[in-house]
Design a protein around this ligand. Structure first.
Ligand code: PMP
Length: 406
């Protein structure tokens, strides 16, 4: 039985985590994981989440009924305001269809599935989704899975360890009209390289000119700058300018609710009538896949987002995480350039934002870090800044210095 089923390769990120767990070396460092860690390398339960959880669990009216198919309205409405802004014209005009999803991954899947069923590609425009090169690797499987083959657009320039902006813009200009572009809303994974505001506006202009569809993936709102509104800036500008788009939203990182799978998909339509039709179809798709979404995390986030005091506390918690990461960026750069005088320019470490940093080191150097120094990272040289802390940053800088010197 199942003789013809080929063995699939293990997921590289999970493989890395298991290898790290099995390693008994005391100074081992895990820079592969895409989850926040505190200064003692421990997962961090946000104090505001603890508070909301206590309120929730002590509520005598709490039951375990199914949520509506499209999710908890108190959650989806607040989630839409969080990304689009409370005074978003699209929201006020009833043009946004918001549904709860299985975190950001589920939002990407549902968004992809919706496009595969309902998006009409022009004749001559290939039925593909353009992904940034590189991107979160799961994007490839997700789009393939819904029957929209992924292709890539230029994004990262290894020569500058920054954005390949001219090539990116030229690609947008030359892509057939009404193509679908998957764009990271902020804190690009894996590079940590985002467009500047000036560049975002140029991107919006070309996208509008060509009639492209923007599939925004927002997995790190608040994590890039420490400010929820600043990190939603690009999305809000695109909406304001009338770019046709949808947004995939995750609360895994900014609320530390990785396992609860809290997320939403927001599709912005040209009219409120269209939004009603879109939502009705999203409900059908959701029904056949998960019937109705999980309640717990959505309830926690609804409490936090709809209570002014808890909301302010959440913003402070987000700042705590973002600032610790920014401190680590500065310290790593300082150690490399000022103390160790490591060859090369390391300014990109502080220029990049969000949880990840593309160090610019080679595959061989990445492998050497893992094999010789017990530092676990993906072979593309990406490090999770959340894995660094005041106890291990010097060890990491010294190891990096050694592999760079060869
Ligand atoms: N998009 C991007 C770009 C991501 O980095 C991630 C998390 N690694 C996600 C979506 C989805 O994460 P989750 O399903 O945990 O919300």
């Amino acid at each position: 039985k199942w003789d013809s089923v080929p063995l699939a390769p293990a997921d590289p990120i999970y493989k890395l985590t298991y290898a790290y767990k099995d390693d008994t070396y005391p100074q081992k460092v895990n820079l592969g994981v895409g989850a926040y860690r505190d200064d003692n390398s421990k997962p961090w339960v946000l104090p505001v989440v603890k508070k909301a959880t206590d309120i929730l669990l002590n509520d005598p009216a709490l039951d375990h009924e199914y949520l509506p198919i499209t999710g908890l309205p108190d959650f989806t409405n607040a989630a839409a305001r969080l990304i689009l802004g409370p005074d978003s014209p699209a929201l006020l005009e009833g043009r946004v269809s918001s549904v709860q999803t299985i975190s950001g991954t589920g939002a990407n899947h549902l968004g992809g599935l919706f496009l595969s069923r309902f998006y009409r590609w022009d004749e001559g425009t290939p039925r593909v989704a353009y992904l940034s090169d590189p991107t979160w690797v799961n994007h490839f499987q997700i789009f393939r899975g819904v029957g929209i083959p992924p292709e890539t657009y230029p994004y990262y320039d290894p020569a500058t360890i920054g954005l390949a902006f001219d090539k990116y813009l030229a690609f947008l200009k030359s892509a057939p009209p009404r193509s679908v572009f998957v764009i990271h809303a902020c804190a690009h994974n894996p590079t940590g390289v985002d467009p500047t505001r000036e560049q975002w506006l140029q991107i919006a202009e070309v996208v509008l000119e060509r009639g492209h569809y923007v599939f925004f993936d927002s997995a790190y709102q608040g994590f890039a700058s420490g400010d929820l509104d600043a990190d939603a800036w690009a999305v809000r500008e695109f909406v304001k300018r009338g770019v046709p788009l949808l947004i995939c939203q995750s609360f895994a990182k900014n609320a530390g609710l990785y396992g609860e799978r809290v997320g939403a998909l927001h599709i912005v339509s040209p009219s409120s009538e269209a939004a009603v039709r879109v939502k009705s179809q999203l409900a059908i798709l959701t029904r056949s896949e998960i019937s109705s979404p999980p309640a717990y995390g959505a309830r926690v986030m609804a409490l936090i987002m709809n209570n002014a005091e808890l909301f302010e506390e959440w913003k402070r918690d987000i700042k705590t995480m973002a600032e610790r990461i920014i401190t680590m960026r500065k310290e790593l750069r300082r150690l490399l350039t000022e103390e160790l005088k490591t060859p090369g320019n390391w300014d990109h470490i502080v220029k990049q934002i969000g949880m990840f940093s593309f160090t610019g080191i080679t595959t061989e150097q990445s492998l050497a870090l893992t094999e010789k120094a017990h530092v676990y990272l993906t072979t593309n040289g990406r490090i999770s800044m959340a894995g660094l802390n005041s106890h291990n940053v010097r060890y990491f800088a010294e190891c990096l210095d050694k592999v760079v010197r060869g």
